[in-house]
Design a protein around this ligand. Structure first.
Ligand code: EPU
Length: 305
């Protein structure tokens, strides 16, 4: 569906200087892949974000919200409709006692630095996760025994055209890489309950997590983190590794030699190379072990025509 010009013009009025047409999503994903977003908006303020989201919903235009694009594969044909980025509009971090309220657009590494500076412990296991706070809440990001939901008190969300409201932690029913939010809800901020500790110990624990991760995972390479969820009681990485798939390649996409649940864009891959490699991994593991791996990353957009 093409977005009517009138709608695009109105969005440009509501978010001046923050709307681009045919924006390459490769610039906004950790894979460095993805065709153009038909309309791409990173509103500067929360009110501009809400006005744009309400207009887009009223006009019946498809939309989606991106965080930092670190858990997603965008296909080469690009994304129809409006792609919002939460970044600037929801970028505040404040402390209140042992709690932090963080905007959904805050990068997790920035949240962790804030925790260390403020002497607030509890999130150290999340060091090295590159995504945004909003993305982390929606997917209940975790590592080394810590999931963000362990610390969430409440999440403030809004639905396009509606008022902001609070969802309390138990209502999120968070599980392994899942959390339950109303279908059209957009995360605005999250309140996290932490524990006072000294800054140096927190920073040291964060550093230890990072070092463990650097040894085990291909950090700093173009990827979207773990591609598949771990099946109950098993490790997707180990299954892929034992199927002999480390180093398996389609075009410029390769299964990491360091951790088999990572696919890297190491030689100018296309999104289709990555998708084909995902299928190769899935069918090989299914044939060899009978286990059906489930995607952890999200694949969005149209295939190249
Ligand atoms: N293993 C292999 N070969 C490999 C990879 C792993 O044999 O190629 C073995 C390891 O030796 C280890 C076991 O599999 O015995 C588990 O590996 P690891 O400790 O690396 O953890 P994981 O289960 O593969 C999970 C998360 C990661 C998270 C780490 C650390 C999932 C899908 N993955 O990986 O999360 O960083 O634990 O807690 O839940 C992500 O979500 O994107 C992600 C990377």
């Amino acid at each position: 569906m093409r977005i009517p010009h009138g709608v695009t013009d109105e969005l440009k009025r509501l978010a001046p200087g923050r709307v681009s047409l045919q924006e390459p999503m490769a610039k906004h994903t950790s894979f460095g892949l993805g065709g153009p977003a038909e309309v791409f908006i990173e509103p500067a303020t929360a009110s501009s974000f809400k006005d744009c989201a309400a207009l887009v919903a009223d006009e019946g235009v498809a939309s989606r919200v991106f965080g930092r694009g670190t858990n997603v594969l965008v296909r080469s044909g690009g994304v129809e409709g409006v792609t919002f980025v939460a970044g600037a509009a929801f970028s505040g971090i404040t402390r209140s006692g042992d709690a932090i309220v963080a905007g959904s657009g805050v990068p997790l590494p920035k949240l962790l630095s804030f925790c260390a500076e403020e002497g607030l412990a509890g999130l150290e296991g999340l060091a090295g996760i590159p995504g945004s706070v909003g993305g982390a809440v929606v997917t209940n990001a975790g590592s080394y025994g810590v999931s963000i939901a362990d610390r969430v008190v409440q999440v403030i969300v809004f639905e396009p055209g509606g008022e902001a409201r609070a969802i309390q932690a138990p209502d999120l029913a968070a599980g392994y890489r899942t959390a339950k939010l109303p279908r059209r809800a957009i995360v605005e901020s999250v309140t996290l309950r932490l524990e006072a500790d000294d800054s140096a110990s927190i920073a040291a624990r964060q550093q230890a997590t990072l070092e463990k991760k650097w040894r085990a995972q291909p950090c700093g390479m173009r990827s979207a983190g773990c591609v598949f969820k771990n099946p109950v009681g098993q490790s997707a990485g180990r299954l892929i590794d034992s199927a002999g798939l480390k180093g398996a390649r389609v075009g410029g996409a390769v299964v990491s030699d360091l951790h088999a649940n990572f696919i890297l864009n190491d030689r100018g891959a296309s999104a289709e190379d990555v998708e084909e490699l995902i299928e190769l991994v899935r069918t090989t593991v299914r044939d060899e072990t009978g286990v059906d791996l489930e995607l952890e990353i999200e694949i969005v957009g149209r295939r190249a025509r």
